[in-house]
Design a protein around this ligand. Structure first.
Ligand code: UT7
Length: 316
């Protein structure tokens, strides 16, 4: 029997970041930079890099197991697994397929990777909703998992200070009692942020200034669109969770929306930019800290390479 419910609820959250912590001072030994520049220009103090033996799949698995346990569900109840990443372990098989086997999710479950760069998790949640509308299973597992340290040019000070590794996961279900509004967009652009998969330089390359300008115009607009769709006022939203790329971008959004910066959850100081993993890691941390209470209204917005952007209004 198909579901006809309209909204979406997050019922479980999990995250995992590698134990190996790289500080700004550590990076200052590799490139011409310093803690003061990185802190004032980005807000980042530390990031976590994978250790020997860790893979995109192993990070994602830890996050997924935590989300499944948090939701208190059985893997037999999962109707799809969507994993967002810009750097899968292999182009095929997908990380999602291999994770299906490791987690024991039954066959006849669609499992696949998507790439919408740093907006990937928000795209994944929207796709999951569409999949659940066609599923006889109640839950979807949506993961953002990134191993960016593997595609970092550690001689390029303009990028190597920004990114980190990690994974975040959510279990979502359809719900008539939890409103869900989304905004997704993309604009073909191969100049701002790229990771080639051929040639000698398979590293992240970014025009930071252009991405910054894109972010400070697109993110506030997306937030405003979601506020309008929700029918609430900006100050009625309990939490804003933006992609954790740069503290100055988040400050800019808060100012534009006219909401106190306290409502914007930030953990980029600890993890740097973990691309598609940053929003689910933030949500899971908030959940762990008891910051997410039943009935709370949340707006989450991602943005990044593509260029892409994706946001949602969610009720906890
Ligand atoms: O998840 C994908 C989304 N990505 C983003 O959101 C990134 C958005 N962009 C940004 O966050 C910022 O543009 C950056 C943090 C990447 C750069 O900050 P900025 O204020 O735009 O600096 P800039 O690129 O304009 O560089 C200013 C100066 C330059 O030196 P000159 O030309 O003025 O002499 C850079 O060479 O800072 C220099 N610089 C650095 N200095 C010390 C660039 N990187 C560094 C560094 N340490 N790590």
């Amino acid at each position: 029997m198909l579901n006809i419910k309209e909204g979406l609820q997050i019922v479980g959250l999990g995250h995992y970041t590698p134990k190996h912590v790289v500080t700004n001072d550590d990076l200052a030994k590799l490139v011409d930079t310093n803690d003061e520049w990185i802190t004032t220009r980005t807000g980042i103090k530390r990031r976590h890099f994978m250790e020997e033996g860790e893979t995109n799949r192993s990070l994602a698995k830890r996050a997924a197991e935590m989300a499944i346990a948090d939701a208190g569900i059985s893997v037999d109840e999962i109707g799809c697994l969507i994993l967002a990443t810009v750097h899968p372990d292999t182009m095929t098989p997908s990380v999602a397929c291999m994770l299906q086997k490791e987690l024991g999710i039954p066959e006849y479950t669609p499992c696949f990777d998507i790439n919408a760069a740093c907006s990937g998790f928000m795209y994944g949640v929207s796709i999951a909703r569409g999949m659940l509308l066609q599923s006889d299973k109640p839950y979807a597992l949506v993961i953002g998992s990134e191993t960016l340290s593997k595609v970092m040019d550690m001689t390029d000070r303009s990028t190597c200070i920004l990114f980190g590794d990690g994974a975040g996961a959510a279990i979502v279900k359809l719900s008539d009692d939890h409103a869900y509004y989304k905004v997704l967009g993309s604009r073909g652009n191969d100049q701002c942020l790229t990771i080639p998969n051929s040639g000698d330089k398979r590293y992240v390359s970014m025009n930071g200034g252009d991405v910054f300008k894109f972010a400070v115009s697109t993110v506030p607009r997306t937030v405003e669109e979601l506020i309008e769709m929700s029918g609430h006022a900006a100050e009625e939203i309990d939490w804003y969770v933006c992609h954790q790329a740069n503290k100055r971008i988040i400050e800019n959004v808060a100012k534009r929306i006219g909401v106190s910066l306290d409502r914007f959850y930030m953990n980029l100081e600890e993890y740097g930019n973990t691309s598609s993993a940053s929003i689910p890691i933030a949500l899971s941390e908030m959940n762990q800290k008891g910051l997410l209470k039943e009935g709370m209204k949340i707006i989450a917005v991602g943005f990044g390479g593509g260029l892409t952007w994706g946001g949602a209004y969610l009720e906890f």
